[in-house]
Design a protein around this ligand. Structure first.
Ligand code: GRF
Length: 197
């Protein structure tokens, strides 16, 4: 069994895709043991609760400084002793102490075909605004391992999505989620779960 902790900050549609893939039997040998959010109001925590999964908020706002938050975040992860940490729209920079403790065991979903439109400042809608600004005809999503850089770790899986003439950042974001993110994130976890068997 691959025990995973999913880290979230917002709506949690990628978390929901993992939950649904497990429930439907598409994603095997995988158990979400905890959801951690830096945002107490993240709807992702509601999704975890509805699925009977422990949800915890660990927010930098609740700590005197970043170092203390980093230690608390690592401690919360360690409590679950995960085989894999999945960043699903997690907007917190992963501290070095976590990278070192879980090297090769942290993956992230990014809403573009890395190396395009990634790195510092490229998150959420900004990614799709940049893709439309550049006029690319194809974009997509990438699942990659997390290292010390931003969106720089080894790529696990990518899926392309067509950009339509009348796309807005919102319509493009939705299509990339539906046609790419919600498919390749569970598939990537399944690939890792299979390797662990
Ligand atoms: C997604 O677009 C994901 O690619 C990006 O942040 C967004 C998270 O959405 N990392 P959700 O919280 O999973 O709905």
């Amino acid at each position: 069994m691959l025990n995973i902790v999913v880290c979230v900050s917002g709506g949690g549609t990628n978390l929901q895709a993992i939950i649904d893939a497990i429930d439907s039997g598409k994603l095997l040998n995988t158990k979400i043991v905890k959801v951690i959010s830096n945002n107490a109001n993240a709807f992702a925590l509601e999704r975890a609760k509805n699925a009977g999964i422990e949800g915890v908020c660990v927010s930098p706002k609740d700590y005197a400084d970043r170092e203390t938050f980093n230690e608390a975040f690592l401690a919360e992860l360690n409590k679950s002793n995960p085989d894999l940490i999945v960043l699903a729209g997690f907007l917190v920079v992963i501290p070095e102490i976590v990278i070192n403790a879980y090297r090769g065991k942290i993956i992230n979903i990014h809403p573009s075909l890395i190396p395009s439109f990634c790195g510092t400042g490229y998150y959420g809608l900004k990614v799709h605004e940049a893709a439309l600004e550049r006029g690319v005809k194809i974009t997509g999503a990438t699942v990659h391992y997390v290292d010390e850089g931003t969106d720089t770790g080894p790529i696990i899986m990518q899926k392309a999505v067509e950009v339509k003439e009348d796309d807005t950042p919102k319509t493009l974001q939705r299509r990339v989620m539906e046609e790419a993110e919600w498919i390749i994130l569970p598939e990537s976890i399944g690939k890792i779960a299979k390797e662990k068997e």
